[in-house]
Ligand binder design. Structure first.
Ligand SMILES: [Zn+2]
Length: 405
């Protein structure tokens, strides 16, 4: 259960109130409607085992888009109670009784199809009405910085309709006073530590991205946000379902990383942040409806982006080589071992396999491999097409490379 949320204070901060008049009729084209969105079952979240600008509400005034009728929207506002809920409120008036109010919203994700959800909050039909709808974001968790678009659709008993244009709001964690830095496609937010702390993290992020781009061709295609919480406890407090060991989380579909880094833990934090950031890059480079990529490649690229393999991983790898206890590459295609020793070895081997492919065959081949996965391919077919060996052939060549046989 969400242990990390116990004792969490509740902060409710109201965004804005917009007053304006609109009139008109509903748009004829509707976005695809689906049930309440949730994090997809396929692993959209990856985690690292473990360690000034005030973000202002970004609700934009809904603009009238309709052309006839006389329904007046008196106010539209949202209220963020991060990470628990998001409440939408509307107040409207008409010369006839208002008998239908719908809220339509969609969450911005990288996935190909933007899916909208429609809800009908309860209210008593009248000429002047107010209603609200509360989104329980504990049931469908949203990361900090997630962007939601919404609009109201209102109809009165004379069948006159009106709707607001799509308005974007950002699900900010308003409990903290965030500083921010932006560079190219990366926006970094933090609230603990100095300006130099933020700058060093941004430099590390850009360094990791440069290394990935230089050595593999993989790069960010869309902007990303990185939220640096003050420590791992405060990170876990921001997550609805934190794991005991969660130190950082990549919400790949949202292009968002959330991680806890205390200023005294900066060296660990740089590597962990770059690791999670690399997951966003890999997702953007390979995400497709046709399949996924082997775990050794996913995690190996993130380990590679961090820099040279850390001694603690190197020693685990060296011991496994000399002891003949390496995990097979085939096994590393799927979930990693849950036990810490096995997991450490899996990460170390993944780094080593990716390092072997890059050092031996170069940047362009790795870039080609990622592109083939984006187009959809089995693991063996993709390897065969680029390197002329399958997973077992990769293992044989890699073992030779590391002197394991
Ligand atoms: Zn990872």
């Amino acid at each position: 259960m969400s242990k990390g949320l116990c004792g969490q204070l509740t902060f409710i901060l109201c965004c804005i109130v917009v007053i304006f008049s609109i009139s008109g009729q509903a748009c004829s084209s509707s976005p695809e409607i689906s049930p309440t969105p949730s994090l997809p079952a396929s692993s959209p979240v990856s985690a690292t085992p473990t360690a000034a600008l005030t973000v202002a509400p970004t609700v934009q005034p809904p603009m009238p888009t309709a052309v006839s009728g006389s329904i007046e929207i008196i106010s539209s506002e949202t209220e963020t109670d991060f990470p628990s809920s998001l409440t939408f409120r509307v107040e409207a008036e008409s010369s006839y009784k208002i008998d239908s109010i719908k809220l339509r919203y969609k969450v911005k994700k990288i996935s190909l199809a933007q899916v909208a959800t429609e809800v009908e909050p309860e209210f008593d039909s009248d000429k002047h009405v107010e209603t609200s709808w509360k989104w329980d974001t504990r049931k469908a968790p949203l990361p900090p910085g997630a962007e939601i678009q919404y609009q109201w659709l209102i109809e009165d008993s004379a069948k006159r309709k009106t709707q607001t244009s799509w308005t974007t709001l950002v699900f900010h964690d308003l409990r903290y006073d965030w500083n921010t830095l932006s560079d190219a496609n990366v926006s970094l937010y933090w609230y603990t530590g100095s300006q130099s702390f933020g700058s060093q993290l941004m430099n590390a992020a850009q360094g990791g991205l440069d290394k990935l781009s230089d050595d593999t061709g993989a790069h960010l295609e869309k902007p990303v946000k990185i939220y640096i919480y003050g420590n791992t406890d405060e990170l876990r407090d921001s997550l609805v379902y934190p794991s005991e060991w969660t130190g950082g989380v990549a919400f790949v579909e949202y292009g968002i990383v959330a991680i806890g880094i205390a200023p005294e833990n900066l060296d660990w934090g740089k590597r962990a942040m770059v690791h999670e950031l690399a997951h966003l890059v890999t997702y953007q480079m390979t995400n497709s409806p046709y399949g996924d990529i082997p775990t050794w490649l996913e995690e190996g690229l993130s380990m590679y982006a961090e820099g040279d393999l850390e001694e603690r991983f190197q020693s685990v790898l060296t011991s496994a080589i000399s002891g003949g206890t390496l995990i097979s590459v085939q096994s590393l295609c799927s979930s990693f071992p849950a036990d810490p020793a096995g997991a450490h070895l899996a990460y170390a081997e993944s780094y080593s396999i990716v390092d072997f492919l890059i050092q031996t065959y170069g940047r362009d081949k790795m870039f080609e491999l990622l592109n083939i996965f984006k187009e959809g391919s089995s693991y063996d077919d993709a390897l065969m097409e680029v390197y002329s060996f399958n997973t077992n052939g990769l293992e044989a060549d890699w073992l030779k490379y590391i002197g394991a046989n």
